[in-house]
Design a protein around this ligand. Structure first.
Ligand code: ADP
Length: 561
């Protein structure tokens, strides 16, 4: 089950992280794009408001200029009719009151369409009956200002917009036309002072869709004066003023167009703002945001790639480590099984050697001299030692092979049984053994734990100092998740550089002449402790004694003994 979960985790963790990274990036870019879209929309809205405001300013300008011109016309007409003074003098006076870049010509055309007066001082009696303003004023029943399309002046030889008023006799008969030729540029020159950008334009368009005047920093942005506007600002379904988006003729993009009708003058003022310019700030911010987003994305991707790489590598190492551990475990098992079989089988021929040596001694009886008898005893002794060694080896290979399940084992009982087993040696050595009360209860194999205690207490008795009787104390304490059992003696001690070696199999610090033994005891202890998921180690002070420590896991629910 755990392996299944491991495999699942191994497979899903990198995918999970990759998906998380993807979601993070999608989220990041989603919010960036939303932010940019929001910013652009806000900028467009303020562009539309700006275009509408500019159109209002433009309208004011056109209205004021037209009103001025009309005032001149009315005043002049008044003067002509009431005082009968000369047009020339009045015209001269009025012209001076107007901006010089506005006026091209003041003229009077009689009812026959002939030029009667021009302040440009021409003597020619030109015919103006074909001019639209002449026909409009002649046929008109009302007295109104008429603003014509731009025409090439016959006297001035310049493109101009004609502002006209009808001259009517007191009995209502048409008497002629009073004409004011205005400079078209004057009406749109305000674009210079308006914030319409490089690609923006202003246009003054008539109700007849003919452009009266236009102004722009780039010549092809605005429709030229005299041409037909592509938009009909006076279409019946259209409101008096409006802001909308149309294609931009210069940059293949679009532009904001705001117009306002001056219905009484038959004109519409139009302002165009190029979207790209309106959005310049928003585009710069978007560029910065996208750049930042790009940097963050690269960093994020880098981090996640490193995390995934580390994870995959760790898992791959984990997999090979697990496989290696499994291989080692298998080969250990095989070795143990082999050792068990060998040691088991070795005992048989050894027994045969031993019993035949015994038989030989009995049969030969007194025929053997002392030296021969000693040789045979050496051989029997060797066989006996070999038997002990094989026995130890058998014991060693048996540890952990039992099928018995772990059970709760009170260590107090273990200590008690061990001391009973070692009763004779304790008596013989006059040892004093003390056991701290309430030794803990652990999960384990009772027999193995008795062997553990027996080996440790047995060694403490065996390696006692010749100068004093052994004093052995068994104590315990809890340290985190472990019980620490200590076994302290006052024996001969162990050199510090041998602390680790003595737990190896067949490792002894003394010859047989000093102490009997096989060098298996402590190796067995370590194997038992490890079988119980614990640890074993020693500290010592040479000549004064040693303390062996055994750490065993604390199992919740098992109280101390
Ligand atoms: P054996 O006792 O059969 O020699 P062990 O594996 O039990 O083998 O011990 C290994 C060696 O550790 C011993 O030969 C001895 O030198 C040393 N030793 C073990 N226990 C003690 C002890 N309590 N005091 C001093 N030396 C010890």
């Amino acid at each position: 089950m755990a392996r299944l979960t491991d495999g699942f985790f191994r497979l899903t963790a990198p995918i999970g992280i990759a998906v998380f990274a993807l979601v993070l990036l999608v989220g990041l870019w989603g919010s960036l794009i939303a932010e940019v879209a929001h910013d652009r929309a806000a900028q467009m809205r303020s562009g539309e408001i700006q275009a509408a405001n500019l159109a209002r300013t433009f309208e004011e300008h056109v209205r004021r200029a037209s009103a001025n011109i009309d005032q001149v016309l009315l005043h002049l007409r008044d003067e002509i009719s009431t005082e009968g003074r000369g047009v020339a003098r009045q015209g001269e006076l009025l012209r001076r009151s107007l901006p010089p870049d506005m006026v091209i010509q003041l003229a009077v055309i009689d009812s026959g369409g002939r030029l009667r007066y021009s302040d440009l001082g021409t003597a020619e009696s030109l015919d103006f009956t074909d001019r639209e303003y002449f026909r409009v004023q002649r046929d008109s029943t009302s007295d109104r200002l008429f603003i014509s399309k731009p025409v090439l002046g016959r006297v001035s030889k310049r493109w101009s917009i004609q502002f006209t008023r009808r001259l009517t006799r007191s009995d209502g008969v048409f008497e002629g036309v009073l004409l004011f030729s205005a400079e078209p540029a004057y009406f749109v020159n305000l674009y210079d002072s308006l914030d319409i950008g490089e690609n923006g334009a202003v246009e003054l368009v008539g109700a007849d869709q003919v452009v009266r005047a236009s102004g722009a920093r780039k010549p092809d942005v605005a429709q030229a004066a005299g041409t037909h506007s592509s938009e009909n600002y006076f279409a019946a379904e259209r409101p008096d003023s409006e802001v909308f988006v149309t294609p931009c003729p210069v940059d293949n993009g679009s532009r904001i167009t705001a117009y306002r009708r001056l219905t009484d003058l038959g004109l519409a003022v139009v302002v165009h703002l190029c979207n790209n310019e309106v959005l310049t700030a928003a585009n710069q911010r978007a560029g910065l945001l996208f750049f930042g987003g790009g940097v963050v994305s690269v960093l994020l991707l880098g981090c996640f790639a490193v995390i995934i790489w580390l994870l995959v590598r760790r898992q791959r190492d984990g997999v090979s480590l697990t496989a290696q551990t499994l291989r080692l475990q298998r080969s250990n098992c095989e070795l143990e099984a082999f050792a068990y079989a060998i040691s088991h089988d070795l005992r048989e021929p050894l027994r045969t050697v031993n019993s035949f040596l015994g038989l030989l001694v009995r049969r030969a009886g007194t025929k053997l001299n002392d030296e021969e008898r000693e040789f045979i005893n050496f051989a029997r002794d060797g066989a006996l030692r070999m038997d002990h060694l094989i026995n130890g080896l058998l014991d060693y290979s048996r540890i952990g092979r039992s099928e018995r399940p772990f059970e709760s084992v009170p260590l107090a009982n273990v200590a008690e049984i061990t001391l009973a087993n070692l009763h004779a040696t304790i008596d013989a050595t006059q040892a004093v053994v003390s056991v701290m009360p309430n030794l803990p209860t652990v999960m384990g194999d009772g027999d193995e734990l008795i062997r553990l205690f027996q080996n440790l207490i047995g060694n403490a008795l065996k390696y006692h100092s010749p100068d004093r009787a052994p004093v052995i104390s068994i104590a315990w304490r809890q340290q985190g998740a472990e019980w620490i059992i200590s076994l302290m003696d006052n024996g001969i001690g162990i050199p510090a550089d041998q602390y680790e070696r003595i737990f190896g199999i067949f490792q002894r610090l003394h010859g047989r002449g000093e102490f009997e033994g096989t060098g298996i005891g402590l190796a067995l202890c370590r194997k038992i402790v490890e079988h119980h998921h614990g640890r074993i180690w020693v500290t010592s002070s040479e000549g004064q004694g040693s303390t062996f420590f055994v750490a065993l896991p604390v199992i919740k629910g098992l109280s101390t003994g």
